[in-house]
Ligand binder design. Sequence first.
Ligand SMILES: [Zn+2]
Length: 81
Amino acid sequence: MEIRLCPNCWSSEIRSSHFRFVDLAWLVMLKLPLRCEECQQRFHASLFFVAKKNRELKLAKLQESAKQPEAGGSEIEEQNG
Ligand SMILES: [Zn+2]
C-alpha cells in the first residue's frame, strides 16, 4: 500500500490543489497537483494515488452522513441514485 506524504513536512494531511497551466507538464507524466494542509507546500503525485485518495474522502463523507443522529421532527428524504 502506497502512502504519500508531504515532501516538506511529512504530513499526511494532503488535498488536491487547483489545476494550473504549468500542471500540464506534470499531467503528461500522469501526475496531479496536491497541496499539504500543514505547510501549504504544493507538489505533485501519481494520478492513481490522487484518484484513490479522492475515493477514500468520498467514502468517509458518505459514512459520516450515514451516521447523522436523528433529530426529532425532521424530514427525512430518501434519495435514489
Ligand atoms: Zn507539508
